[in-house]
Write a protein of this length. Structure first.
Length: 124
């Protein structure tokens, strides 16, 4: 559903180089014939590539997350000035206190809940 919202232009979706590398690695390992499908899916959803995180953003992210690959993901989101970070990583990313970061972080279901809540409030 999140990718569909990007496809219709309702959400601006961004992905950092670290996430893209990890996705590509998993697809190459588990379903190498699907790599072109991943590219088509990201293109259809108008997913934008963010720049690599700066050393300053990485240093900031390491204050919250000690696992370097996930700190890099957070740093790329911070560098891109994202409103939120959508993840299923319950081990490192979703364990942070909600008010600790300058952006929202949650699962795709959380994002859909936030959107629903926002639309409900706007309708009032």
């Amino acid at each position: 559903m999140v990718l569909r919202l990007g496809e219709i232009g309702y959400l601006r979706l961004m992905v950092g180089p670290q996430v893209l590398r990890e996705c590509e690695e998993v697809v190459r390992r588990k379903a190498p014939g699907s790599l072109s499908d991943l590219a088509l899916l990201l293109n259809a959803a108008h997913v934008e590539m963010t720049p690599e995180a700066s050393p300053k953003a990485l240093e900031q992210a390491l204050q919250w997350i000690s696992y370097p690959p996930d700190a890099r993901i957070l740093a790329e989101a911070l560098e891109a000035r994202a409103d939120g970070l959508v993840t299923h990583d319950a081990r490192h990313l979703l364990t942070l206190p909600p008010d600790a970061l300058p952006l929202r972080m949650g699962t795709p279901s959380d994002l859909l809940g936030w959107l629903r809540q926002s639309l409900t409030q706007q309708a009032r």
